[in-house]
Structure formats: structure tokens, C-alpha cells
Design a protein around this ligand. Structure first.
Ligand SMILES: [Zn+2]
Length: 136
């Protein structure tokens, strides 16, 4: 088996503000972030597609504890977003003060951007991470 969309390709596209995913040619569902098989039916018959990058917040958490070397990012808010195409994806919430974020963000429409974070001892280099901002 091979990756139709590798993590490196996914990351490179993200740095150009494009969220890439996979559409299953068997069941029609979307998988994002990329996996080797369809998240719905485990088919390998996948096509690389660009996702809209829009969705709504289904959950969030604010972190006051960081991984090694990431203390300067604190605090930060992580949101779980249901994309328009269906998949759920995690990203940072930007443009809202993490100390003031509340249940009001639940269900809000968000749009994707990205932020590049320096690599740490667990990664192979700098990585783009989805960063969502509120649309309304
Ligand atoms: Zn499928």
C-alpha cells in the first residue's frame, strides 16, 4: 500500500493555505488529515482533493501546559472542527484570546489558515499546523 497523499505533501500544501484531503471513489466520503485508507470504508481507492477549509467548531480546549520547547506558545486554544466535507480535524484557534475563549465558540463557523511551528525533538523539522479563525 502507498500513501496517495503523504504527510509531507499535506504539510507543503498547508503552507500555501491549501488544505488537502482524500475523497473515496468507492463511498464518496472525505478523509482529512490524510491516511492510507478511507476513514469510512477502509478503501484504498482514493483521490487527492482540495478541501474548502471551512467548517464549524464542535469542541475546544485551552492548554496552559506545553510540550518541551513550546512554553512560549502558552496559553493556546485547540479546536476540533467539523469540515464542510464531513471530516473532523484539530487545529489551533487564532484571533481569540485563549484566556477569554468560552462556550460561545461552540458551533461557530471557522475558516482555515495555517501557522508554521518550529520542529521539536519529536518531529523532522518545521511543520505547518491548521489554524482556524472565526468567520462571523
Ligand atoms: Zn470510502
Amino acid at each position: 500500500m502507498e500513501y496517495k497523499l503523504t504527510w509531507q505533501e499535506y504539510n507543503k500544501a498547508l503552507k500555501k493555505d491549501r488544505l488537502m484531503g482524500l475523497r473515496c471513489e468507492d463511498c464518496g466520503k472525505f478523509t482529512c488529515p490524510p491516511m492510507m485508507v478511507c476513514a469510512e470504508c477502509v478503501s484504498t481507492n482514493l483521490k487527492v482533493v482540495q478541501m474548502s477549509g471551512r467548517g464549524k467548531v464542535v469542541s475546544f480546549t485551552t492548554s496552559y501546559i506545553a510540550g518541551e520547547g513550546r512554553e512560549n506558545e502558552l496559553p493556546y486554544t485547540i479546536v476540533l472542527v467539523e469540515l464542510e466535507e464531513g471530516p473532523w480535524i484539530m487545529g489551533n484557534l487564532v484571533g481569540v484570546d485563549p484566556k477569554r475563549v468560552s462556550m460561545d465558540v461552540m458551533g461557530r463557523s471557522v475558516e482555515l489558515g495555517y501557522r508554521v511551528y518550529p520542529g521539536d525533538k519529536f518531529s523532522s523539522g518545521d511543520m505547518a499546523r491548521p489554524a482556524f479563525s472565526l468567520r462571523d
